[in-house]
Design a protein around this ligand. Structure first.
Ligand code: NAD
Length: 354
């Protein structure tokens, strides 16, 4: 029995998570596994029902589960809340509390979706990138932070800080992952300007000495943003700090056609957390337009990384590919020759293909 904590969150979160669970139940039937699901509140939903973005009950449930499946948090109704009462605080909090310092974001191109990308086919054919983003350090967590008055005007401060051990552990994750792929790591920083990046580069180089079979290169973040569009096939594993990883992984997502396709795994502690890369998409929430594939592919990552069920994970990837080959498309990846389906229909089709 695998115990899964389910945190649907806000906006399209509950809609796409429902489809992920549907597919997981089907995998359980097919391969003879039992999954139990316990739901808890996070983000805006938790603010409205419990007064805080990450209630203790939610955290307790997650810590006592085998894995966590999360939708997305946020929405315009909470945008003007004070910093501690923003939905995103719940997300940052759970990552920190579960010790999830490594965020794995694969950007794999499904061949039948090549026309949904804004780039030329020949640039994309065969793109398979794993972005590994440091998740619990850097600007999003550094202190001091906040607003203050200076010389009669408001000033805002955030702090970018990394320790050697923080860089070392994420570098190891990257080199280990590269060993199971094409054995190439590109470490992305801004070492021409930032001291944190200079430390980052030194430590990654040092860790790399223990992996002579993996080719290590370094790239400035502005160049990487350009190279991802110019020649994405040059990359295998990209490892980078929190904010650069946040931005570059969204860019990599667009290579694959839509942000609605991209799953993620956050690892490092006892319990792994799996979530689509996209946000709560308030502009399409409640309309059945959300693409559930990122959430369903996140479930596949859970099977692979938390439960070591490689074959079951593979069956989900193949079921997604098959639904796309059959021409089914949600609105975000729709083109005139496809068959337009709603969120739940896409989930049904993928579950049926398992
Ligand atoms: P977003 O990812 O929610 O949406 C960006 C665009 O992509 C929108 O046009 C949306 O309709 C589209 N989109 C996203 N997911 C989709 C899907 N599965 N299918 C089809 N289309 C999809 O980012 P945003 O608009 O910048 O943020 C909206 C809210 O989500 C904000 O409150 C933000 O803070 C929050 N957010 C949360 C997370 C998270 O929970 N991990 C991540 C990013 C943003």
């Amino acid at each position: 029995m695998y115990n899964i904590a389910v945190l649907p969150g806000d906006g399209i979160g509950p809609e796409v998570i429902r489809e992920g669970i549907k597919v997981l139940i089907r995998v359980g039937e097919k391969f003879g596994h039992k999954f139990s699901f316990q739901e808890a509140s996070i983000g805006g939903h938790a603010l409205d029902t419990a007064g805080k973005p990450l209630p203790e009950k939610t955290l307790e449930l997650c810590k006592n589960s085998d894995a966590v499946l999360l939708g997305a948090v946020g929405g315009p109704q909470w945008d003007n809340n004070p910093p501690d009462l923003k939905p995103e605080k719940g997300l940052l909090g759970i990552r920190k509390e579960l010790g999830l310092f490594a965020n794995l974001r694969p950007a794999t191109l499904y061949s039948s979706l090549i026309q949904a990308s804004s780039l030329k086919h020949e640039l994309l054919d065969g793109v398979d990138i794993l972005v590994i983003r440091e998740l619990t350090g850097g600007l999003y967590f550094g202190s001091p932070r906040g607003f203050h008055q200076k010389d009669g005007e408001q000033v805002a401060v955030n702090t970018l800080s990394y320790s050697e051990s923080e860089v070392r552990r994420i570098a190891k994750v990257a080199f280990e992952a590269a060993r199971k792929r094409k054995r190439k790591v590109c470490s992305v920083d801004k070492a021409n300007v930032l001291e944190t990046s200079q430390l980052w580069r030194r430590v990654v180089t040092d860790v790399g000495k223990s992996y002579p079979d993996v080719e290590l290169s370094h790239m400035y973040v502005d160049n990487c943003a350009m190279q991802l569009i110019r020649n994405p096939k040059q990359f295998d594993v990209i490892v980078t700090e929190n904010m650069f990883g946040d931005i570059l992984s969204d860019e990599a997502a667009m290579l694959t056609g839509s942000i609605g396709m991209l799953p993620s795994a956050s690892l490092g502690g006892k319990v792994g957390l799996y979530e689509p890369v996209h946000g709560s998409a308030p502009d399409i929430a409640g309309q059945g337009k959300a693409n559930p594939i990122a959430a369903i592919a996140s479930v596949a990552m859970m099977l692979k990384y938390s439960f070591n069920l490689e074959q079951e994970a593979q069956s989900i990837s193949e079921a997604i590919e098959e639904a796309l080959r059959q021409g089914y498309r949600t609105a975000d990846i729709f083109s005139s020759d496809g068959k337009l389906v709603k969120t739940s229909e896409m989930g049904d089709l993928i579950a049926k293909n398992i």
